[in-house]
Design a binder for this molecule. Structure first.
Ligand code: MN
Length: 147
């Protein structure tokens, strides 16, 4: 199972650190962008498995960035909005912008992980020892012994 890559578009440093820590611990690789424009560029360049999108962002906000991505060649990448917005109609506006799902801050680590897992599945760090390695190295060992 390959390591899943998640782009987190967020301007709040504390949120960035927290989400990165939680998802790194679960084996996901986190790519970061600090504003909507950078988020769009990163999405095109890196083609992540999932995008976590803050809504209140500098340069281009999360709704506009989502709208642009969802009308582009990377429209297949799921986008989950993470936002503190709680005004009436916000959820509808965010979903109308093209987000696949919506999570309201503050959110628990468990809810974050369950949502990520639902969209992209589990991830395995690629530096873990693979079971196949022992099988592959066995013949070499035999060759060494017989020489
Ligand atoms: Mn923000």
């Amino acid at each position: 199972m390959a390591k899943k890559r998640i782009l987190y578009v967020e301007d709040n440093l504390q949120n960035k650190r927290l989400v990165k820590k939680v998802l790194n611990a679960k084996g996901y690789e986190i790519l970061e962008a600090s504003d909507g424009a950078d988020g769009i560029l990163m999405a095109f360049k890196e083609r992540p498995d999932l995008i976590l999108m803050d809504i209140n962002l500098p340069v281009i906000d999360g709704m506009e960035a989502t709208g642009l991505l969802k009308s582009s060649e990377v429209r297949h990448i799921p986008i989950v909005a993470l936002t503190a917005n709680a005004m009436v109609g916000d959820r509808e506006r965010i979903m109308a912008a093209g987000c696949d799902f919506y999570l309201q801050k503050p959110l628990s680590n468990a809810v974050l992980y369950e949502t990520v897992k639902r969209f992209v599945g589990e991830s395995t760090p690629d530096d873990l020892p693979q079971p196949d390695t022992a099988t592959v190295s066995a013949p070499l060992h035999e060759v060494t012994l017989s020489a």
